[in-house]
Design a protein around this ligand. Structure first.
Ligand SMILES: Cc1ncc(COP(=O)(O)O)c(C=O)c1O
Length: 449
């Protein structure tokens, strides 16, 4: 079988790093300055995780392109790791947000836009009641809180390989059948054995066993895993999740933050799922921080309905949550940016992206595969698609990934750090996609054994 050679990869990486250094003198200077005041030299530590020796400093993002401070222009398939899935600074969002900036950013008063947004979220995602949050992390925290209140249970369940934001009890892995804190995260405040159960994706027997004691408030899941490479649900698996959560009185929370890439109403709408709660965030306001969580009538009646007046603090939200700017941006984004037409274009180009990668894998003979959910495509360093998080995580190859990413970056392509993932925006073009196919092919040919 054809394979790639580690030593060749390391040597090619060293050359790519030199190339990168030469092309980014201003970014380097800024990084050195920033290190004096910012932890790790960046405002958020993920920004150090690009494959380059230091991050490129951005000057501008527009549509599917990013220009850095050294004047290099990139075709962006990272798109802010989904925050800009519908393109950087979409015109309609910018226009609505600019108007709102002059009319009051945050007043702790509802605006008319909020009514429209609530109704639209119901129309798209099917759940009757919604609340705004600032980030998807927030939305997940609040959803878990509501589920605990609704069930009177304290534990939650997540899947091996998951990521749902910096929600303490979800930063876990399944190790030798036990729940363990993720080793790279700061230590959890509470032993995850007290808060969390964890099972493998696509294993309905394990899920049933975990929920049978009736002590789990909520199953928090992506309908397809996207944070350890893409893992698709096997046929009938999500029906089993619905059935088991129903039978055990467990709330099923569907985190659509990434899987919204499946279509205008997310994976749930595209595949006819009926979760009890849905969370989403990242691109919902075109990149302006905003998120939302929705729930069914039964949970609403058991919880929030009784808390609204005059509770003061119900445990979800904060001072600037649901601000006028975010709602204006959400309304414009949902009306004019996240349209059926946009999705049609994104998905058909993502198919082209997938086919290009697939063709290269076949022609070079490397034992990899490529997989896609709507506008999101990812290749993994194993021959067959992964069945669960353990398989997907075992296929990760840090050195190889970094080489592929830096090779692409040096040739004008941004891929998402910590994933081999590409998102197609409504502004991406066939030429952009074909450029990726060529660069992907060239990067592999250099390191073949
Ligand atoms: C599925 C999922 N949910 C929630 C989050 C948290 O999003 P944020 O970091 O914007 O709070 C992420 C982040 O990557 C995610 O992948």
């Amino acid at each position: 079988m054809v394979s790639v050679e580690h030593d060749k990869t390391v040597a090619a990486m060293a050359r790519e790093e030199k190339t990168f250094q030469k092309a980014h003198p201003k970014s380097k200077r800024m990084f050195n300055q920033a290190k004096k005041a910012l932890m790790g030299g960046v405002p958020m530590h993920w920004m150090t995780q690009w494959a380059s020796p230091f991050p490129i400093f951005a000057k501008e993002g527009k549509g599917c392109r990013v220009t850095d401070v050294d004047g290099n222009v990139y075709v962006d398939f990272c798109l802010g790791d989904t925050g800009a899935m519908f393109g950087h600074s979409p015109r309609a969002t910018v226009s609505a947000a600019t108007k709102q900036l002059r009319r009051g950013i945050t007043m702790m008063l509802p605006t008319e836009d909020s009514i429209w947004v609530g109704k639209e979220l119901t129309r798209r995602f099917g759940l009757p009641y919604w609340q705004i949050a600032m980030t998807a992390t927030d939305a997940n925290r609040f959803a878990l809180r509501v589920a605990r209140e609704a069930t009177g249970r304290s534990k939650i369940l997540v899947f091996n390989g998951c990521y749902h934001g910096t929600v303490d009890e979800t930063l876990v892995r399944l190790v030798d059948g036990k729940v363990e804190p993720r080793t790279e995260a700061m230590p959890p405040p509470v032993d995850p054995n007290l808060t969390t159960k964890i099972v493998e994706f696509n294993d309905s027997d394990a899920l049933r066993r975990a929920l049978e004691p009736h002590d789990v408030a909520a199953v928090l899941m992506e309908p397809a895993l996207t944070n350890c490479g893409i893992v698709l649900p096997e046929s009938g698996y999500l029906d089993a999740v619905r059935e088991i959560t129903h039978e055990t009185g467990t709330v099923w929370i569907d985190d659509e933050t990434h899987t919204w890439c499946a279509g205008p109403g997310g994976y749930a709408k595209a595949h006819g799922l009926h979760p009890d709660m849905i969370t989403l965030g990242k691109p919902v306001a075109g990149g302006i921080p905003a998120a939302a969580f929705g729930l069914n009538k039964e949970i609403f009646d058991k919880t929030i309905a009784n808390m609204l007046q005059p509770a003061g603090v119900n445990g979800a939200g904060g001072t600037v949550t649901g601000n006028a700017l975010a709602l204006a941006a959400m309304r414009a984004t949902l009306t004019k940016v996240v349209t059926n037409t946009a999705f049609h274009r994104m998905i058909s180009l993502a198919k082209r992206f997938e086919e290009g990668v697939q063709r290269t894998i076949r022609m070079t003979g490397v034992p990899w595969h490529v997989i896609r959910i709507g506008a999101r495509t990812e290749y993994q360093f194993r021959e067959a698609p992964s069945k669960n998080g353990a398989e997907a995580m075992a296929a990760a190859d840090f050195t190889l990934s970094r080489y592929m990413h830096l090779y692409a970056l040096n040739r004008g392509i941004l891929l998402t750090p910590f994933h081999n993932m590409a998102l197609i925006s409504p502004d991406s073009t066939p030429k952009d996609v074909d450029m990726h196919t060529q660069v992907f092919n060239d990067s592999i040919e250099e390191i073949l054994a």
